[in-house]
Design a protein around this ligand. Structure first.
Ligand SMILES: [Zn+2]
Length: 176
């Protein structure tokens, strides 16, 4: 091995591996990003839709676990739009799965330099939901999706309190 090649080889060894969210899947409303299959399976197990919402899954083509997760997210989004009576055009959001709220907090800190104890958050700038798979219940997902829909619907962003009230409203009524 000549010295140049050896140098490149050493550089490659020193490069950090990408840590999170390398895998990507897409549906009508969602681009889903996650680091590995285990995380995806855990998220799927945590995200229980309940009887009424599950009914809508029957109409979708589901082969893989990723298909199932994307179908669940699309179903929650459609239901949340109905709950809010807001149907924004071309709604498409990114959902990033993170193992625990520690990684959610670390992501928030990296972006905003603030320490928080969130199990999930929706970034208005990135149009992205970051969520802890450990805490990923239907109500948590519905709440963040509520934020995303409200954000897409209004031309002028409503005040924070109204944004939050509408997200809570979505969370409360998504199972009805
Ligand atoms: Zn909120």
């Amino acid at each position: 091995m000549n010295r140049l090649l050896f140098g490149i080889f050493i550089l490659l060894l020193l490069c950090p591996l990408p840590s999170a969210a390398e895998t990507e899947g897409k549906s009508r409303y969602v681009t889903l990003r996650y680091s590995d299959k285990e995380l995806l399976h855990d998220f799927n197990d945590e995200l229980i839709l309940g009887r009424k919402l599950s009914y809508y899954l029957a109409n979708k083509t589901i082969v893989t676990v990723e298909d199932e997760v994307l179908a669940k997210l699309d179903t929650i989004i459609e239901k949340a739009e109905t709950v809010l009576d807001m149907f924004p055009d071309k709604l498409h959001i990114t959902v990033v799965l993170l193992p625990t709220k520690n990684e959610v907090g670390a992501m928030y800190f990296a972006k905003y330099g603030k320490k928080v104890n969130h199990i999930a958050y929706y970034s208005l700038q990135e149009d992205t939901i970051y969520i802890s798979v450990d805490d990923a219940k239907l109500k948590v997902v519905a709440h963040e999706i509520g934020h995303a829909i409200v954000d897409h619907y209004f031309q002028v962003r409503p005040p924070y309190t109204i944004h939050e009230l509408l997200a809570q409203f979505t969370e409360k009524h998504v199972t009805e």
